[in-house]
Design a protein around this ligand. Structure first.
Ligand code: KG4
Ligand code: ZN
Length: 369
């Protein structure tokens, strides 16, 4: 089966062609057009995103078909993200998918965006398959899931407030970095001094690990959940006290460190990233131990964070688990993962009708208790 995947849930217009079966599939093309326009606003503007998807969808799909070397008539089925996401943005992909499916007389299926992220790594590594512990960390979601089999998901934990990527983006903004902040915060954190010692006389900078305590037990509501809004507030305080959002601080100029008891932007970025990563890694390790999984699969934009991946390996490999992380291209939003999850659903005989809708929020399909 040859599946055309379409993804328009946020600020990437993407199309991909995937061919094969659920057991073995090959990516024939992937086109991702990122809407850079949102940078000037410091965040995604939904109305602008919808319009940009409208302008881009036809050329992006045409390009994906051309790259795959096929004609439209060679598509056997279409899979489009239909939630969760920005409704206006999702609608562009969903309406396009339904219209094309109707014109070509092929089936169409709606894909849950986060199920797509679960499948992303499997496109690159045939061993990134269930059973595994999944940590999905994107701009809008943070989910810890025990994946017994494709389509059988036990949601263990989620964020109570900000998603991991959202926390990175907000901290990036506080430090005066460009949007989206994640990759910039990671880069800046690499310049942090050892122990984030700051200027002379300052104690090492360390933020409290959110919702992480040793006395938590399986079954406690906060055993697997995370929360990042308090961490963001702690960062805000450190930035204000240190004047670390000065332009000079972003370029590694540490001259302001002469002021006693303050920290550079790099130290703050490093201390923030350490706290966030340790929290995610510890919660994942708990799930690996409780469900005795030998694989950990990461997904979502934040899975492109090399420091997170290295920390995850260091923590769970001694427990006997291998870590699988997608490359940046497949970690961030893309239609290849949507085509892959769609292929799974299509092979199970799932089909959507032409009244398929788009949803801002949508429960993950196949949740088990
Ligand atoms: O999965 P994704 O592309 O979009 C959503 O579905 O939300 O994730 C985007 C998020 C953004 O918040 C971005 O800052 C973050 O992923 N991100 C990173 C890194 N690369 C992207 N966060 C931390 N470190 C990175 N290297
Ligand atoms: Zn995403």
């Amino acid at each position: 089966m040859r599946v055309l995947g379409i993804e328009t849930s946020c600020d990437e217009t993407s199309a991909a062609v995937l061919r094969g079966t659920d057991a073995a599939s090959e990516l024939e093309s992937l086109v991702v057009l990122s809407q850079d326009v949102h940078r000037v606003f410091g965040g995604v503007v939904p109305e602008i995103a919808s319009r940009a998807h409208l302008t881009a969808i036809v050329p992006v799909v045409d390009r994906a078909l051309r790259d795959a070397g096929i004609e439209r008539e060679e598509i056997d089925a279409i899979a489009a993200t239909n939630g969760p996401g920005l409704v206006g943005a999702l609608l562009v992909g969903v309406c396009f998918a339904k219209s094309l499916a109707y014109a070509l007389d092929v089936p169409v299926v709606g894909v849950h965006h986060m199920e797509g992220h679960l499948f992303a790594t499997a496109l690159e590594d045939p061993e990134a398959v269930p059973p595994f512990t999944a940590l999905l960390v994107s701009g809008g979601h943070t989910m810890l899931i025990d994946v017994e089999a494709w389509g059988r998901y036990r949601l263990l934990g989620r964020t109570r407030d900000d998603a991991a990527g959202e926390a990175f983006d907000k901290v990036g903004k506080l430090l005066g970095l460009p949007y989206p902040g994640g990759p910039h915060v990671e880069r800046l954190a690499r310049e942090a001094g050892s122990d984030m010692r700051g200027s002379s006389g300052a104690p090492p900078l360390r933020f409290a690990r959110p919702m992480l305590r040793r006395d938590q037990r399986p079954g406690d509501a906060d055993f697997y959940d995370v929360s990042f809004s308090g961490l963001k507030t702690a960062v805000l305080r450190a930035v204000r006290e240190s004047g670390a959002n000065d332009r000079s601080a972003q370029h590694g100029d540490r001259s302001h460190e002469a002021k006693p008891g303050t920290y550079s932007a790099a130290d703050i970025a490093g201390a923030f990233q350490d706290a966030l990563i340790e929290t995610l890694v510890e919660k994942t390790a708990r799930a690996v131990e409780q469900y005795r999984r030998e694989r950990v699969v990461l997904g979502g934009g934040v899975a492109g964070n090399k420091t997170l991946v290295a920390a995850m390996r260091a923590r769970v490999e001694p427990l006997g688990a291998r870590v699988f992380a997608p490359t940046t291209r497949l970690a961030t939003d893309n239609a290849a993962m949507i085509a892959r999850a769609g292929l799974f659903r299509l092979e199970r005989g799932e089909r959507a009708e032409l009244d398929l809708e788009a949803y801002a929020s949508l429960p993950l399909p196949g949740l088990v208790r």
